[in-house]
Design a protein around this ligand. Structure first.
Ligand code: HEC
Length: 191
């Protein structure tokens, strides 16, 4: 090789090396800048994510509070409605029980009254519409109060309408207040 050729090669090598250094530097710069901007972008993203998360937590808190309030209100209403329904049921049960008690009492009275009337039927008729011995008024359907007063009058010997007061006194002398009331109730319902 000639000297000139050798020199050219050396010069080219030097030049090439110099260019490489420059390229290295600019690549390093670009990398540093890229790292910087990535860092910035990342920190922005972190901030935005934090904010969004905070907002989401706030919104969730509010929603939960509202749901709790609504649930409380609904529960209160349900308790109120249940109380009312229970009260009404208790009232209805009381009414039904009272009615049933009255009906049972009436039936018991009528049973006692019907039994007590058995010995009266011979003169007054099974339906109470016979004029006893052709003398007494019809007793069927008279008011219970009137019948009680009359029967008690015969029992005390203070009534004698057709001269048969004593006969009637003998019929009712041994009756107590309860059976007088029962038989009067029974006669008042005869039709
Ligand atoms: C033997 C027949 C006879 C029997 C039994 C009899 N009675 Fe009489 N009853 C009479 C006569 C008669 C009179 C009318 C008495 C008078 O002169 O006041 C009378 C009157 C009455 C009167 C009054 C009616 C009125 O409107 O003035 C009543 C009430 C009565 N009886 C209820 C009874 C009852 C209740 C029994 C049964 C526990 C009974 N009697 C059993 C014959 C009878």
């Amino acid at each position: 090789m000639t000297k000139i050729t050798m020199l050219s090669i050396v010069a080219a090598a030097l030049l090439f090396t110099g260019c490489g250094e420059k390229a290295k530097d600019s690549a390093t710069d670009a990398a540093a800048k890229a790292v910087e901007s990535t860092k910035e972008a990342a920190s922005h993203a972190v901030d935005a994510t934090k904010e969004a998360a905070d907002k989401a937590v706030e919104a969730a808190k509010e929603t939960t509070a509202k749901a709790v309030d609504a649930t409380k209100a609904a529960a209160d209403k349900a308790v109120e409605a249940t109380k009312e329904a229970a009260d009404k049921a208790v009232e209805a049960t009381k009414d039904a029980a009272a009615t049933a008690t009255e009906a049972v009492a009436d039936t018991a009275k009528n049973v006692a009254g019907a039994a007590a009337y058995a010995k009266c039927a011979g003169c007054h008729g099974a339906d109470g519409k016979t004029k006893a011995l052709g003398k007494s008024p019809v007793i069927a359907g008279q008011s219970k109060a009137d019948l009680v007063t009359k029967i008690n009058g015969y029992k005390a010997g203070t009534i004698n309408v057709a001269g048969m007061g004593n006969l009637m006194k003998g019929q009712v002398a041994t009756m107590d207040d309860a059976s007088i009331e029962a038989v009067a109730t029974y006669i008042s319902t005869l039709k």
